[in-house]
Write a protein that binds this ligand. Structure first.
Ligand code: NAD
Length: 372
């Protein structure tokens, strides 16, 4: 059928030894960037996304159009549709799955808890099931966990072996559950699984629900922003990680993911890799500093309200140790928050066609971005 032909075309690598990757959440922020980077180096990519309305779906559609213009098809589908995944694996021999579809966001979990269970727990099982049972040979799976699994840990920087048994939000709890589910699928089916714990990823084509993005909008609109300070008075700090660095980490993890050892019959032939890596920036920055950089770039002051952090799922700080990712696939975050936010604001101003007087970004020469 036409559907199968389109999937096969998009999945076919354009270089010898290229990967063939199914990217879930491909119309999302990280998914769109990774899909373009993979296609750009000649790998085959098929995307899948349910285009849900957690944030403005028109941004997801715009990413989908950009991907289509580069030869990457993104199908409208839900990861919980097991029959659809089965058909996909039958249509194209994917070597890898980059599973990024999830319900993201820490605070929204208090309003829509079941959405997190549906996408991050049931959906994850659905993807692992299809990869383990309906693909032959089994693809290696790389999926997005989160720095939030470190929860209320205070012994920073966080290393992969630090405790993750104190999640501060339901979102974090579902990612932690995902890591346990990954262990079971690796153990039973010999599925190669790599979990990536992303640390506050930001950049062009980013997520409107995240602080840097919503703050930029509020500053432009002259609306107040709310900043959280820990109970001891310290500013909240985040290990902001630029999207291009995260993309390099994802591609590095895919390239070293190793082979699954299971087969369609469910029999496993030996131990397959089960790994987990931090992908962070290794230098936490106070959120107030992030706001100051935005103010400078936008040429406008923010109306700040500072309140003590409520227990809404946020944690006081995050800080990654990335020595494992650096050792295993040469991961080295290279973008300062100043440079990364400049790229973001340039995209932001262009995308929303903003006319901002005094903007540092528009006044100066725009920088050359290598990626989307
Ligand atoms: P995003 O919301 O932009 O992307 C996720 C995409 O998945 C969205 O386009 C959404 O429509 C899609 N999706 C959600 N549920 C789905 C389902 N059931 N079926 C099909 N598609 C579905 O978020 P992102 O920032 O690109 O995050 C990508 C991954 O990284 C997520 O797993 C997220 O939890 C994780 N993560 C992100 C960050 C960050 O700072 N951006 C930090 C830690 C972890």
């Amino acid at each position: 059928a036409a559907w199968e032909r389109e999937v096969r075309r998009s999945a076919t690598p354009r270089r010898d030894g290229g990967l063939s990757v199914l990217v879930t959440g491909a119309a999302g922020f990280v998914g769109a960037h990774c899909s373009l980077a993979l296609r750009g180096r000649g790998d085959g990519v098929v995307g899948l996304d349910n285009f849900n309305a957690y944030y403005d779906p028109s941004l997801k559609r715009a990413r989908q159009r950009l991907l289509a213009s580069r030869g990457v098809a993104v199908l409208d589908a839900d990861i919980n549709d097991g029959a659809l995944l089965e058909r996909l694996f039958a249509a194209a021999p994917f070597t890898h799955v980059l599973h990024l579809a999830a319900q993201a966001g820490v605070r929204y979990a208090m309003r829509a808890p079941q959405t997190y269970v549906a996408s991050n727990v049931a959906g994850l099982v659905s993807v692992f099931e299809a990869a383990a049972k309906h693909a032959d040979p089994q693809p290696a799976v790389v999926w997005a966990s989160s720095s939030s699994v470190y929860g209320l840990n205070t012994d920073a920087p966080f290393s992969e072996e630090h405790r993750t048994d104190r999640p501060a939000s339901l979102y974090a709890a579902t990612k932690k559950a995902g890591e346990a589910i990954a262990h079971a699928y690796n153990h039973i089916y010999g599925l190669s699984i790599t979990g990536l714990r992303f640390f506050t990823v930001y950049g062009p084509w980013g997520r409107p629900d995240m602080a840097y993005f919503s703050f930029a909008r509020s500053i432009v609109a002259g609306e107040p922003i709310t900043l959280f300070r820990a109970a001891d008075g310290a500013d909240a700090r985040r290990d902001f990680t630029y999207i291009d660095d995260v993309v390099k980490g994802c591609l590095g993890a895919l390239d070293t993911a190793g082979r699954s050892t299971g087969s369609k019959s469910g029999k496993k032939r030996g131990p397959a890799p089960l790994r987990v890596y931090n992908l962070g920036n290794t230098s936490p920055v106070p959120v107030t500093r992030m706001v100051a950089i935005l103010e400078k770039l936008l040429g406008k002051k923010a109306h700040k309200r500072v309140v003590t952090m409520p227990s809404n799922g946020d944690v006081p700080f995050t800080h990654a140790n990335v020595s494992h990712a650096s050792r295993d696939f040469g991961y080295r975050p290279a973008t300062s928050l100043e440079a990364g936010l400049r790229h973001f604001v340039e995209w932001f101003v262009q995308y929303y066609k903003l006319d901002i007087k005094g903007s540092n970004v528009l006044a100066g020469k725009t920088t050359k971005r290598k990626s989307m």
